[in-house]
Design a protein around this ligand. Structure first.
Ligand SMILES: Nc1ncnc2c1ncn2[C@@H]1O[C@H](COP(=O)(O)OP(=O)(O)OP(=O)(O)O)[C@@H](O)[C@H]1O
Ligand SMILES: [Mg+2]
Length: 235
């Protein structure tokens, strides 16, 4: 099943001489249980693409479908619900809330979705355990290592059981060992829990864990590579 499908996706910023065609007719899909990496030079439209796919921004032209649902048919409230229920975001700097414990950071998307705090914390604790950071539940982000913060950010992105995870340069500020551990963890999430991932990265060692790599340039997809072995060629 296609979790994500875009057709001729276009995003134009500004107008006149200041006009930027950030995204220029991108058609792509991500299947269930598929890990797709997007690569390309700075400014080529990668973040713009993720924002449109995640319903954080609206296209100038073209279509985004999530699980067959055309996002242009949804009003802002429905879009918020769809994001909350189906999509997990991991951002470059993880965006953990500094004053909240790892447990409360992880529980937050459920609490915002209206779940009782106790139930949300129980679910959050399960995910922190799956990601092997249960013993850091009471720590605030500043008391965690970079790798532990990452795991908390992943736990938070998975706590709502999203079918789709969108990750924008999530390894941008990590050393190469931590970045590879992170990629391996995402691979495991796709394989064990049948999630789909669309991930932006500059790092070929990270994209080697993906099933497919899309190369972008000037707002377009210029090349597509299938990684040889299902599960990535990261031997
Ligand atoms: N709000 C905005 N207004 C005007 N132009 C924008 C806006 N956001 C992005 N752009 C432009 O759109 C283009 C694509 O930006 P985008 O952030 O998608 O690039 P990117 O591929 O994610 O780059 P990077 O690797 O540096 O994060 C760039 O030329 C950028 O300057
Ligand atoms: Mg970007």
């Amino acid at each position: 099943m296609k979790i994500v499908e875009t057709e001729n996706l276009t995003r134009i910023y500004g107008s006149g001489e200041a006009q930027v065609n950030a995204l220029d007719g991108v058609s792509l899909h991500v299947d269930t249980g598929e890990f797709v990496a997007v690569m390309g030079p700075s400014g080529c439209g990668k973040s713009t693409l993720l924002h449109l796919v995640g319903g954080l921004d609206r296209p100038s032209k073209g279509v985004v479908k999530i699980e067959g649902q055309d996002l242009s048919n949804l009003n802002d409230d429905d879009l918020t619900d769809l994001r909350r229920e189906h999509i997990g975001f991991i951002f470059q700097f993880f965006n953990l809330i500094p004053t909240l414990s790892a447990l409360d950071n992880t529980a937050l998307p459920l609490v915002l979705g209206g779940m009782k705090p106790g139930d949300a914390q129980a679910k959050a604790a399960e995910w922190l355990a799956k990601l092997e950071v249960a013993d850091r539940s009471t720590h605030r982000p500043e008391e965690l290592s970079g790798g532990q913060r990452q795991r908390v950010a992943i736990a938070r992105s998975l706590v709502t059981d999203p079918t789709l995870i969108l990750a924008d340069e999530p390894t941008g500020n990590l050393d190469s060992k931590a970045a590879q551990e992170f990629a391996a963890l995402l691979r495991e999430i796709v394989d064990r829990w049948e999630r789909s991932i669309l991930l932006v990265t500059h790092d070929p060692r990270i994209s080697s864990y993906a099933d497919r790599i899309l190369q972008m340039k000037d707002g377009r997809i210029t090349e597509q590579t299938e990684n040889k072995r299902k599960g990535g060629n990261h031997a």
